[in-house]
Design a protein around this ligand. Structure first.
Ligand code: SF4
Length: 720
């Protein structure tokens, strides 16, 4: 039995559930992870990632020294450098001076539109606040975004349009108090495993009825009263048909609709054509299942809706999300405990990064950048001269790269993200990355995107720094330092303060904003002055279990559920939506629909999990294919196949499983050696600018064993 030197309470670095972790440390080694049984988020439960996925901290592939590329990179001919010999180790001073020189040179030559930054949904609130502040206050650009654009932009846009608030309305754990809940476009037992556990308990222990609306037979289907196996991209007809049933069977909560919403009469007229029979034709879901689901949800006393990227990652992601919002309005299942609109956020701090203004349209607190009063307030706080901040909305993540050309974006700073894994249509992304004039990577590893960089700034992991993160149900929690930083790595906030002071001096703005913070707590105190969601939060108040935003003043207890009296928009707006098919339906040449997602053992671009022991449990990519399709196409389980779309091709093994729907194949996004995003479609939702990751046409052909990518292709990369 080992006696720890210390046990440090912190928050899991993976998914948006935000589980509490107790890190047991001996001789600077985290050797065990447990959790607090009293913690309201996870009650001591952890999934495999939280419990075992932390050893990436000690990986010998981690970079802990600042690096500069030996070979100068010409725009248009930029290459990836994974090999140590292509970089030279430098001091922090040299790395930051070089970064400052190049950024300021480009800014002075080409102006603010040449500058862009990717903030990071894995980094802390304080890190994200500072990074957007640097680019807004010093480089005067709103070209600031992060991966929320790639996961829930459709949900955010829809929620802002209808109620002017984009966060989850309720606490996930309230599901045990619901009578009925819908899960759609989400696979909680793999993507939000602890919420998945709570959902299973809601069904098995507390008698709630579950409705799953999803193309895949996910594990939660085993707990469901109803499963509606729709074709990918046919959400709108199914949701509208449920609304049609609710209206036509007199199940509308009239009192709620009249008191809390607008636009009902016009909206109802648009439902006429969405009969269950019409929806069945388009979606493939039996009309009786649609009718039963509508009745079950509408008749519940307390109904919740949980949704994920299967709703938002479509070229009509905004419309899909609106379809769900209407169901909650019709039934009055919002504004009370165990009800609500609950888009499950993916990464540990995607909610917080969004709150911090890591988006091109908003300052922290979702304050529009093109609102004069907002701009003036932030100018005052940041000590920027009147009129100094940019009033024009900036470019989104996807647009930043497509604008990487002479006359467009020339310098990009990436903190912790990996667009060369997470953007759709990666062959195009590669061309855009090559066009950049200067690229800064700030990360733990040289990932597929960092390998294009000119300078690499080594950051600490979550276990080596202090800060806060905000989970999917708006709970702000502490991240605490458990071990000393590895090598010369530094916390992101410290790197950014150092860089900002150098940029400020070089730009000749000695009286501009203050960058010399003593601690992340001081950074939080600054943004709390203008973001009323965080005004009442201090590190002391977060000490035990955190607080759920909004926390508008120092004695406010936090807000478990929102909209009890009204919506931030006043009334909720019904905004009619029509069915728009996916951009690339299957055809004779490409007969399958590919849908993508995550698996339990891995996380996003794989930077952390593929450098941890979890990679041994799930070492290689597979394409899931239904037995009917496998028989028809003559594929066996485990056979190497080439999967191609109009944009690229990859080789991997099959997994024959009834989890897939016939005609639909599934692939995860974690494996660089067979990157699913080489295939995905970069068609965008015109409103939310989110790509259509969830549906594109592919063909599958037999391949040879020799065509399979080397299983160690990623892990063989340079040791540092
Ligand atoms: Fe971490 Fe999410 Fe697993 Fe909880 S459910 S341990 S937050 S990965």
């Amino acid at each position: 039995m080992i006696t720890p030197d210390r046990t440090v309470s912190t928050t899991c670095p993976y998914c948006g559930v935000g589980c509490n972790l107790q890190l047991h440390v001996k001789d600077e080694l985290i050797y065990r992870v447990t959790s607090d049984f009293d913690h309201p988020v996870n009650q001591g439960n952890l999934c495999v990632k939280g419990r075992f996925g932390y050893d990436f901290i000690y990986s010998n592939k981690r970079v802990t020294t600042p690096l500069i590329r030996k070979q100068a990179q010409a725009a248009g001919a930029r290459t990836q450098a994974f090999d140590r010999s292509e970089w030279r180790e430098v001091s922090w001073d040299e790395a930051l001076e070089y970064t400052t020189d190049r950024l300021v040179e480009i800014y002075k030559r080409d102006g603010e539109h040449a500058m862009a930054v990717y903030c990071c949904a894995k980094a802390t609130n304080e890190d994200n606040y500072l990074l957007q502040k640097i680019y807004r206050a010093l480089f005067r650009t709103n070209n600031v975004d992060h991966c929320t654009r790639l996961c829930h932009a459709g949900s955010v846009t829809a929620l802002l349009k209808s109620i002017n608030s984009a966060a989850m309305s309720n606490t996930a754990a309230e599901v045990i108090d619901s009578d009925c809940f819908i899960i759609t476009g989400s696979n909680p037992s793999e993507n939000h495993p602890i919420i998945g556990l709570q959902m299973k308990a809601a069904v098995e222990k507390y008698g709630s009825k579950l409705i799953v609306i999803d193309p895949r037979k996910i594990e939660m289907c085993d707990f469901a009263a109803l499963w509606l196996p729709l074709k990918p991209g046919t959400n709108v007809p199914v949701f509208n048909a449920m609304a049609h049933v609710i209206v036509n069977e007199g199940l509308v909560n009239r009192e709620f609709v009249e008191a809390r919403t607008t636009g009902y009469a016009d909206y109802v007229k648009t439902l006429d054509k969405f009969t269950p029979g019409y929806a069945e034709e388009i979606s493939g879901v039996d009309r009786n299942l649609i009718i039963d689901a509508a009745r079950m949800y509408a008749r519940a006393q307390r109904g919740m809706i949980f949704w994920g990227m299967g709703i938002s990652q479509l070229s009509h992601g905004t419309a899909s999300s609106l379809g769900l919002i209407h169901l909650a309005f019709l039934t009055g299942h919002v504004g009370r405990k165990a009800t609500g609109l609950n888009p499950l956020r993916g990464q540990n701090n995607v909610q917080g990064a969004s709150d911090m203004g890591a988006m091109p349209f908003f300052y922290p607190g979702y304050q529009w950048v093109d609102d004069e009063k907002n701009a003036q307030n932030w100018e005052q706080l940041w000590n920027v001269e009147p009129g100094g901040l940019n009033r024009k909305r900036g470019l989104t993540t996807t647009e930043i790269l497509t604008h990487a050309h002479p006359g467009g974006v020339r310098a990009l700073h990436i903190m912790g993200e990996n667009p060369m894994m997470t953007e759709p249509n990666l062959n195009e992304t590669r061309k855009h990355m090559q066009q950049l004039e200067f690229l800064v990577a700030q990360d733990l590893f040289i990932n597929e995107s960092g390998a294009f960089a000119d300078v690499f700034l080594p950051a600490t992991s979550w276990a080596e720094k202090e800060g806060t993160v905000t989970n999917t149900d708006r709970r702000v929690q502490r991240v605490r330092q458990a071990i000393a930083p590895r090598g010369q790595s530094r916390p992101d906030w410290e790197i950014l303060c150092d860089l900002a002071q150098r940029i400020e001096a070089r730009l000749g703005r000695p009286n501009s904003a203050i960058w010399n913070y003593d601690s992340p707590a001081q950074i939080m105190a600054e943004f709390g002055k203008l973001d009323s969601n965080y005004t009442g939060i201090t590190y002391e108040r977060l000490e035990r279990h955190g607080l759920q935003t909004p926390v508008p003043h120092a004695t406010h207890p936090g807000t478990p559920f929102l909209f009890a009296k009204d919506f931030p928009s006043g009334r909720g707006k019904f905004i009619p939506v029509d069915y728009v098919p996916i951009m690339e339906p299957p055809d004779e040449e490409y007969p399958f629909i590919l849908t993508t997602g995550r698996v339990l053992e891995h996380w996003h671009g794989g930077s952390m999990t593929r450098n941890s022991a979890l990679n041994e449990i799930y070492p290689s990519p597979v394409v899931e294919i239904h037995p009917v399709d496998a028989t028809w196409a003559n594929f066996t389980d485990g056979q190497p196949v080439r999967v191609s779309s109009r944009r690229g091709a990859i080789v991997l093994r099959t997994r024959v499983t009834e989890k897939a729907r016939a005609g639909v194949v599934f692939m995860s996004m974690h494996f660089a050696e067979a990157a699913a995003n080489l295939l995905t479609n970069d068609a965008l939702d015109p409103q939310a600018k989110i790509p259509e990751y969830k549906a594109c046409a592919v063909k599958i052909e037999p391949a040879a064993e020799a065509d399979l990518p080397h299983p160690e292709i990623r892990t063989e990369r340079g040791r540092w």
